[in-house]
Design a protein. Structure first.
Length: 221
């Protein structure tokens, strides 16, 4: 006789909750091995990079199917369930610099240059783009003078933004949640949420499909 009748129901619920994941592993053992290998590499980065003196931290389940190459004295912070693919280079240039990548983001070959702050919201998809919060060189005519001013402005990309390949995100840019930055766009300034951004200079060209103000084919009403 079961001394704790409720325990059977607890285990039954746990089994039902786990069964889809278990079934997927049984159906795709090769994929399960790949994910396990990516998680192991993520764990290695979390251990090895701080041991080398980098100010790096990451949340749970960091996956690395690509390479993570960090340089500089600033901080790099990744949330939970971040997936690194391709060669990702979050480089900082001052001790005050900070790069934050939100949880559940996929980062594929993205290059960062940070002197102050670059923040990426949760659920982002970042392709082989260049994201900079500094111009590195002065735009003034006396740019070879060490005292010439160099623009440094934070970059903020909100949650669930997709940045496609060959995109340039320049200092001071903000991109609203859910927006899509099309291939090759060069962004400077503030962009609203729920739009598709394209061109050089980049501008919103319409709402994303399914957003308020879009028709069923994605065009603006």
């Amino acid at each position: 006789m079961d001394s704790e009748p409720g325990s059977r129901h607890i285990w039954a619920r746990a089994g039902r909750a786990a069964s889809p994941a278990v079934a997927q592993v049984l159906r795709e053992p090769g994929q399960a091995r790949r994910v396990a290998h990516q998680l192991a590499r993520g764990w290695w980065y979390k251990l090895w990079l701080p041991l080398r003196g980098f100010r790096f931290q990451a949340g749970r389940n960091l996956r690395a199917s690509g390479r993570l190459r960090i340089r500089g004295p600033g901080r790099v912070i990744l949330g939970d369930n971040v997936h690194i693919d391709g060669l990702v280079t979050p480089w900082t240039y001052t001790a005050e610099a900070i790069i934050i990548i939100g949880s559940d983001s996929y980062v594929n070959g993205t290059r960062f240059g940070c002197a102050r702050e670059i923040s990426i919201g949760r659920g982002a998809i970042l392709a082989d783009a260049r994201i900079l919060d500094t111009d590195f060189h002065s735009t003034h005519a006396d740019r070879h003078d060490p005292t010439a001013p160099v623009r440094v402005r934070p970059v903020h990309i909100e949650e669930n933004v997709w940045v496609a390949a060959a995109v340039g995100i320049l200092p001071g840019t903000t991109i609203g949640r859910n927006s899509v930055v099309a291939f090759g766009a060069v962004c400077a300034g503030a962009y609203p949420e729920d739009v598709i951004i394209a061109g050089n200079p980049a501008r919103p060209i319409g709402p994303i499909p399914g957003s308020a103000g879009a028709t069923t084919d994605g065009r603006k009403e």
